[in-house]
Design a protein around this ligand. Structure first.
Ligand code: EGV
Length: 386
């Protein structure tokens, strides 16, 4: 195999993604880079009119309409517009930072957070960055059983990504209800990152109805950023329960006055199109792309697809006895960029050593050429015998 000396240094997954930005075969980041659909192209062509509308109308009204369209498209009908309960941010990571600072500032019984493992590494990094301590909770554990009482007694917050990134695993309504009840019982904040929910109908039951019925203190981070190829024009929403007891509004206002009403009008129109069939079309496109990648790599010895039922726009590949970083280096020498998985396993990186993540929200031609490069690199690096 064509081994490149490890001259790159990437400290986190996003730095690996940055390396890929200049390449024509970028299967690294989870942002949407496929072509606009015809209906989406029409919205983009209408941006000058949206600009004129945004200049004229009250921001608050636009903000409510954008949120109503987006939350409605995703089945989140019980979400509240009450004052300060739905705050818009430039990105979901900024929403995450505001939540993290709120948790660190508040007088919680504990400054520890129980965080799903694995998950995208900027979540543990942001939480640790404000001084919070982390306790890993295995994805399988949180989906299959109640959380242990001794864990709930030593954390101030449980943080779950659903659907999870990179596994695509979705928390069921029954599990969410039980987890919310447990959090209510122990006065622990339940935080959900639902940035990938648009891809999976299983994640589109009304989470806000379940959370509110439990009486727990909760925060949800929603995101328009993964769905549509809108050149980083996006909104991350920070939504909270009335009883959350965290200084979220204050910290949000320390950082921003508001997001762009032009982007909110664009989001409103994309969400209307989504509700009108665009979201189902996107889900079919991702399914086609997943099938394309799997077909191209299916018969490579040792290679398996880890997340059978995933519907999110990323796909994990197990490379058998090979090292993921060796494969990463080999395909990089051919200008293909994928994501090595160690850093998703933020508590035990070695668990991700033999996996790669591929982005599916690309044009099919890019996916096909990428899959072919990956295929030949994998065939050139046969599995070790022992
Ligand atoms: C993914 C990167 C950061 C993030 C990428 C991502 N954002 N670091 N603020 O959007 O899965 O590729 O989530």
């Amino acid at each position: 195999m064509n081994r490149i000396p490890p001259t790159v240094s990437a400290e986190n997954l996003t730095q690996f993604e940055t390396l890929a930005l200049a390449s024509s075969m970028n299967l690294a980041d989870g942002h949407a880079r496929q072509q606009l659909t015809a209906a989406q192209g029409k919205i983009v062509a209408d941006l000058p009119n949206l600009w004129a509308e945004a200049v004229m109308r009250p921001v608050e009204e636009i903000e409510q309409e954008a949120a109503a369209s987006f939350f409605g498209m995703l089945g989140q009908l019980s979400h509240s517009f009450a004052a300060g309960r739905t705050l818009s941010c430039y990105s979901s990571s900024l929403a995450m930072e505001i939540l993290a600072r709120s948790l660190a500032t508040a007088s919680e019984a504990s400054d520890a957070v129980a965080l799903i493992h694995p998950t995208f590494d900027n979540i543990p990094d942001i939480l640790r960055g404000v001084g919070l301590r982390l306790v890993p909770v295995e994805e399988g554990q949180v989906h299959d059983e109640d959380l242990p009482t001794e864990l709930l007694e030593r954390v101030g917050c449980v943080f779950i990504t659903t659907p999870n990134n990179p596994t695509g695993r979705v928390m069921s309504q029954a599990r969410l209800r039980r987890l919310a009840e447990q959090c209510a019982e122990h006065n622990v904040v339940l935080a959900l990152d639902t940035c990938f929910r648009g891809f999976d109908p299983a994640a589109q039951f009304d989470h806000y109805a379940v959370l509110d019925a439990s009486g727990c203190r909760w925060v949800v981070i929603e995101d328009t950023g993964k769905l549509w190829p809108t050149l980083e024009l996006k909104i991350g929403w920070l939504v909270r329960s009335a009883n959350v007891g965290l200084p979220i509004e204050k910290i949000h206002s320390d950082i921003l006055l508001g997001t762009s009403p032009l982007i909110m009008l664009m989001v409103k129109r994309f969400a209307e199109d989504g509700a009108d069939g665009g979201l189902a079309e996107l889900q079919r496109t991702i399914a086609d792309h997943r099938a394309l990648v799997r077909a191209e790599l299916a018969d490579v010895p040792g290679v398996t697809f880890v997340d059978d039922h995933a519907r999110v726009s990323v796909e994990r590949l197990h490379v058998g006895s090979r090292q993921g970083m060796d494969v990463w280096s080999a395909v990089r020498s051919q200008s293909l960029y994928v994501l090595p998985c160690q850093k998703f396993h933020w508590a035990r990186p070695h668990e991700g050593e033999r996996m790669l993540r591929l982005a599916l929200s690309r044009n099919p031609s890019t996916l096909l050429s990428g899959a072919r490069v990956l295929r030949s690199a994998l065939l050139d690096a046969p599995e070790s015998q022992g």
